[in-house]
Write a protein that binds this ligand. Sequence first.
Ligand SMILES: Cc1cc2nc3c(=O)[nH]c(=O)nc-3n(C[C@H](O)[C@H](O)[C@H](O)COP(=O)(O)O)c2cc1C
Length: 337
Amino acid sequence: MTSLRERLGLRLPLVLAPMAGGISTPALVAAVSEVGGLGSLGAAYLTPEQVRQAGAELHRLTSRPWAINLFAPQPVPQITLPQVQAAAAELAPFHAELGLPAPALPQTPEPDFAEQFAAALACRPAALSFTFGRLGAAHLAELRGRGILSIGTATGLEEVRQLTADGVDAVVVQGGAAGGHRGGWAHDEQAGTLALVRAARAVTHLPLLAAGGLMTRDDVAAALAAGAELAQCGTAFLLADEAGTSAPYRAALARGGETVLTRAFSGRPARGLKNAVTEGVAYPLPSPYQNALTRAMRAAAAQAGRPDFLSLWAGTGVGQVRPGPAAELARQLTAGL
Ligand SMILES: Cc1cc2nc3c(=O)[nH]c(=O)nc-3n(C[C@H](O)[C@H](O)[C@H](O)COP(=O)(O)O)c2cc1C
């Protein structure tokens, strides 16, 4: 069977993790692809037009393969007015400190998946990765028909089995150390990355991408030895020159500290550095509402240089994050592999 690395023509066993919210800029994605890894554009928060623009820019920047990442369609939960009031009340002191009006749930709808998916296809990526759930048979058939590899995300063995049954081309196995949102939907085992890769190896024939806490060349080598074909690294690139990481976020990463799993910013569990919001919010709205409710606060905090009110997504390896050109970081992560 042809390996994923061969199918994608990769020189390095490395995937730049998609990082939505403007972190995985086209410049960062292209830099990793150019050096021989697979850059991934985190496109989940982009409008279809922005997806098309980013895709066009990527084609200008590199002729090497790259991936686009989307959030799989989610069921939208019902919420009540008292829930909204409780969640808004918790954010009110943060708004006051930033000089913002009282928090209110905006009417802005979430990006439409069908439109995002169509825009992603039009970009002709080498692969489309997705997280938070499964894609339907029609979506997977459309990818296959266009020669675009499909890569799902699993946080436990049940999800590995479901994605295998769906017929995806590869699976990201996300261990508990990973920065950013938990990608699962069935059962999140929050296991160590290497242990989860070994266990997943035993239940699927599909190529695996190991994700979570891989910060050094030795971490990547260990993930490959455990049975992954590629290592997907996010946190290791947060201080890359080409990353879209904001100045206050960069400063917080450089200081480091403890990471926590929190639903405070988006309503979905995600790992990031502990701050005033992760410690002060006990009643977040379910996803996607909390994300909408905290949007104004996050934007104002980035402007004002206040990391205490920003989502500072990072994995447990954050203490080892280093600045530098992405190509150099990619080479260091895979030296001799
Ligand atoms: C800032 C940030 C944003 C992320 N955004 C996404 C995303 O949009 N889609 C996705 O599939 N994974 C996302 N992730 C998770 C990564 O795909 C990956 O699982 C994780 O970065 C691996 O762990 P590490 O951060 O310890 O390397 C994000 C991670 C970080 C740190």
